[in-house]
Design a protein around this ligand. Sequence first.
Ligand code: IVH
Length: 703
Amino acid sequence: MYNNDQTKALQQQTSEWLSAAKKPDITDLVTNKTEALRNCLRFHEYRYYVQNDPLISDSEYDSLYKLLEKFEKENPDAITADSPTQRVGKGLIKDFPKTSHLVPMLSLENSYNADDLLDFDRKARELSGLDTIEYCVEPKFDGASISLVYDHDMLSRGVTRGDGEVGDEITLNVKQIKSVPLSAKFSSYGIEQVEIRGEVLMNKKNFKAYNDALMEEGLPPLANPRNAAAGSLRIKDTAEVSRRNLEAFLYHVSYTAGAQRTTSNEQPATHSGMLEMLWDLGFRSPKSEMKIFKGIEGVIKHVHDFEKERDNLGYEIDGMVIKVNDLQLQDRLGMTSHHPRWAIAFKFKARQGTSKLQGVEFQVGRTGAVTPVAKIEPVQVGGVTVGSISIHNEEYIKEKDLMLGDTILIERSGDVIPQIVKSFAELRKGGEKKIEFPKECPVCKSALYKPEGEAVWRCVSLTCPAQIVEGIIHFVSKDAMDIRSFGEANVRKFYEMGILRSIPDVYNLPYNEIGKLDGFGEKSITKLQQAIEGSKKQPLNRIIYALGIRYVGETTAKTLAHAVEHLLDFAKFTEEQLMQLDDVGVKVAKTIYTFFQNPDNLQLLQKLEELGVELKNKKKDLVTGGNLTGQTFLFTGTLTQLKRSDAEALVEQNGGKLLGSVSSKLNYLVVGESAGSKLEKAKKIQSIKVISEEEFLKMLPVS
Ligand code: IVH
């Protein structure tokens, strides 16, 4: 899409725009240049969303975007429909009108083994009279299918599959998918109208973050990224759709029309050529993921090999699609009433399985939430044996219509925790029983309570052992105080012995008594003691996160840590002051405020401080005089001595700044093992110093 010279020129323009953005009056600069700025933004969207290789940081992009918004506000008449600002929808969508596809959206025939593929190839050879057929093989993306229409180079509509003939028009939502260009130069191929097909996905990382957020709210998570993508496309609030960070792969041109005047490019004659054309026009097509084979044998090996790589991809695929590469031959082979004869899907092993719901146990978490956990007949799903599955809350049980004794469908997609997709009510024999929710805490027996508007029953007893134990487990855990040799089992053991009854006890353990326990030699005690001592100097954000305040995850904890000199300063904050902080809304502000108004909690913090835990903001002391003041850093590859997050924290603690990508603003690229494209790119920019982890450590003050 952009060659080297164009990339260099656009990078040069980017620097000019970025310095222009800092000037108070830029009107002179911008007259008649708005389209150039738009192009610059489109280029960076392409680098970020299609190529996955950004050249500027998020905040630099934001400042360019704000600049464009400013120009367009001053000159509203000059706004173009494909301006990057025009993705943002206004208000809520009323409904999704029904729209016919230009060409019906067919589904593919499925195959499951080598014999099925040999059969498919034999039929295609017989019909065509050819000895060998060339195939193009690409992933079968597991998302929601869409159809896009471009008229005179402008995106004019996006439509769901629907019944294959008629779907729902979801154009505004499609515009929220940043890898879908709002305009594309189809005219350079003599195409005036085109319909293209593809799949909308939510990648695994975003899906996990989305589900984590749902569960944090006490809401049941979604079963798989496919449901998440399909559901997101039907949301009537475009801002929310945008937050879901959807992606799209476009893999099929189903219709083209246009006067075949002289054009700069010839339309491709092969499917792989079409994928390249789409890529060159700015779409994310499976150009790099596709492979071409002469004959079916290579295809058979490739699809089996690819199945092994399935978990290493950032998104879910449920198989491969094998397509006859020659478009004329595709036409000759034609369709049956259901499927094209020129393509077939090869389905990977199912990640679903059926089982029986045998019982339900109720577990109490650190926030007192009582979670029902289904005990099921052990079943193999995607190579893992599943014996118990969280069924979240009462509402979820009702929604999924679950009963004890039911036959159920389980799904485990990728690294996502297994979930129940549905129960088979039609298979009930009459002996199934209703799942009864307890009225009292299964651990401490105090009455359960369900706050208004919430789906979760909670034990609110401050002395509930389950909550105390879970709270301490969280406190010592890897992402919190990171007390390595402590672990869940020791927390439980020490609690039962009566030597660990609250968080401060972590720093006051009777080591002589622990030494008498089986499995605790001198060595392991010293190790534990050292790990506990070391944790006293953890940065403030980790301490805040470790306290387990509701809704305060790692990101919010970092924001909070920046706001104070000492943790106890929060006792003086009002809810309004808390809400001034980034990402702190009404709900979060309330729980933080309540936490720091509670005298028991303040006493706990004072006790921790007396025991040597540093509640001062260590960063604040160091920021101005730090060794790295004014320098920018980026890490790449696997570090061997430090965790990436700790290395990044060290940069900030010592006055340095972290950047999100390689650019001329970067001073140091710290390279770990198996570094990739960032290193390559940094080598091309002379001013960047490429250093090893050891060299980085040497730059830090000796402590
Ligand atoms: S080609 C006429 N290619 O799988 C052929 N489909 O049952 C059009 N899918 O509904 C489909 N990845 O939503 C094709 N690389 C790919 C695909 C793909 C996923 C979906 C598509 C279709 C279903 C087939």
